[in-house]
Design a protein around this ligand. Sequence first.
Ligand code: CTP
Ligand code: MG
Length: 222
Amino acid sequence: MSTVALIPAAGRGERLGMGLPKAFVDLAGQSMLHHCVQGVLSSGVVDRVVISVPVDLVDQVRSEFPESTVVAGGSNRSDSVKAALLAAPSDSEVVLVHDAARCLTPASLFADVVDAVRSGASAVVPALPVVDTIKSVDPTGIVTGTVDRASLRAVQTPQGFDYSVLKAAYAAAATDFTDDAGLIESQGIDVQTIPGDPMAFKITTAWDLNLATWLLTDRAHA
Ligand code: CTP
Ligand code: MG
């Protein structure tokens, strides 16, 4: 059963604030994108990789990853995923969508997501329980309530889908969802959660980049 991994890597990295697209920021000697592609391939469960990147970096990334398909991303994440999906082999059966920014994701999580899709779920997301107390606030910062966290989950990638379900969902809807499961939910299709992994955290801020650097370097030498 053929599995394609789509890697949206076309974001600007504004919250990281390094002045270049986040996936191209150096992490312990290699770009985040490099770590991410290496992680996807080392899982052993992916047959094909499609990467969406900023339009001016397409040629550079094509020469860096000659085995992968590289396309220009869009102005929001959904557009970048859609561009990659359109370039995926049409005989794919399972699609993984995986943020370039979650570049320390362990191989086992890719395998777990693929297994769950192969077992019959149309859409699968890794999820972790929320550990902090969650408050809602008004625009001035005054607390308006405490949200019951028992039913809340923080959702990660890789998210896995039946290829034809994801393809039909993207064809049917105008898209600006922060994740692909959101698109599937909006169409009334069940999304299955499986246990996430702390190492699949997303590098969003300088703090996250420091943590990732420590995990790859200092910790290894401790
Ligand atoms: N992404 C993308 N195309 C976009 C926006 C985001 O491919 N137009 C990708 C990012 O490259 C990243 C993933 O989607 O791998 C998750 O997005 P996020 O963490 O928000 O990254 P950025 O959009 O780059 O960061 P920021 O929101 O801080 O600018
Ligand atoms: Mg973003």
